[in-house]
Ligand binder design. Structure first.
Ligand code: GUN
Length: 285
């Protein structure tokens, strides 16, 4: 059996098309969603991500500001910029690209972003709201994962979902979102014993560990939905997921490829968060 491929690029395009229509309606009411992206230093991967975010804003008709700061920028200067953006009415979302240079404490910067403008969903108040099930801005990659599972048409309620990886950015929040969808969730990580025995029970398997091709067919129950959050650069320059796509697709149900699966969804969900934040700021949500 060969699995169906979940096309994240196509889902992204559909979501962006419906957002474009909404942005047009909002602009008639004088509301233009605004996103500020802050990049400190010249990390090549971060530069690509930031350019893609700028382009997405442009394509969707958002207002955008990109602040490119020198790698030697002090924490105090970065916090002063965040404070200015917190107060700026044209800005509804603030994203400080991570990782930051070593002399800057990431937590201090994330904590300084206004909760209602935290479109990454990284602020402790947004994380706390996610845990207790209150309204919050959801972290982008986990929200994208849930959207892709929904698009398969496979019900999450009552299913066994297994998440490999326990990062703050993906593993932990995605497990909370799966619980919110009434899945029964098990988390696996680097110290989990007998991991294959657990993952082989998964109806839905989400993998976010940052190890190229770690999950092969032996980890997967026939017909399971497999979502690969990994983005690993191989020595030959190619991008590989955490899942060995070629072997797993022979046993799994719907599966995301890398690239073209979860990746395109992250920026789309960032745009959606910015749109939500803009509507809330104008009392429209
Ligand atoms: N660096 C890599 N991914 C992300 C992300 O989702 N948000 C931020 N702020 N930085 C990142």
């Amino acid at each position: 059996m060969t699995a169906s491929i979940i096309n994240g690029k196509e889902v992204s395009q559909e979501l962006r098309a419906s957002m474009t229509a909404e942005v047009q309606q909002l602009s008639e009411q004088g509301v233009v969603p605004g996103l500020a992206v802050v990049l400190v230093g010249e990390d090549p991967a971060s530069q690509v991500y930031v350019r893609n975010k700028e382009k997405a804003c442009h394509d969707l008709g958002f207002y955008s500001e990109v602040h490119r700061l020198h790698a030697s920028t002090s924490q105090a200067d970065l916090l002063a910029l965040v404070d200015k953006l917190n107060k700026q009415e044209s800005i509804n979302g603030i994203l400080v690209q991570l990782p930051l240079p070593g002399h800057i404490e990431e937590k201090a910067v994330i904590d300084a972003i206004a909760v209602e403008k935290d479109v990454d969903g990284f602020h402790p108040v947004n994380v706390g709201n996610l845990v207790i099930g209150d309204d919050s801005l959801l972290p982008c990659t986990p929200a994208g994962v849930i959207e892709l599972i929904k698009r398969t048409g496979i019900e999450m309620s009552g299913k066994h979902a297994v998440v490999i990886g326990r990062s703050n950015i993906v593993g932990k929040p995605v497990s909370l979102l799966l619980q919110r969808e009434n899945a029964t969730v098990t988390m696996c990580h680097s110290r989990t014993a007998n991991m294959k025995e657990i993952t082989r029970q998964a109806d839905i398997l989400v993998v976010a560990i940052g190890r190229a091709n770690f999950v092969d067919a032996e980890y997967v129950k026939p017909g399971a939905v497999v979502i690969d959050v990994g983005m690993n650069r191989l020595d030959n320059g190619k991008l590989a997921g955490d899942v060995d796509f070629e072997s797993v697709k022979e046993v799994s149900g719907p599966i995301t490829p890398v690239p073209g699966g979860v990746g395109p969804m992250t920026i789309t969900m960032l745009m959606q968060n910015t749109l939500i934040a803009a509507k809330r700021a104008h009392g429209l949500a």
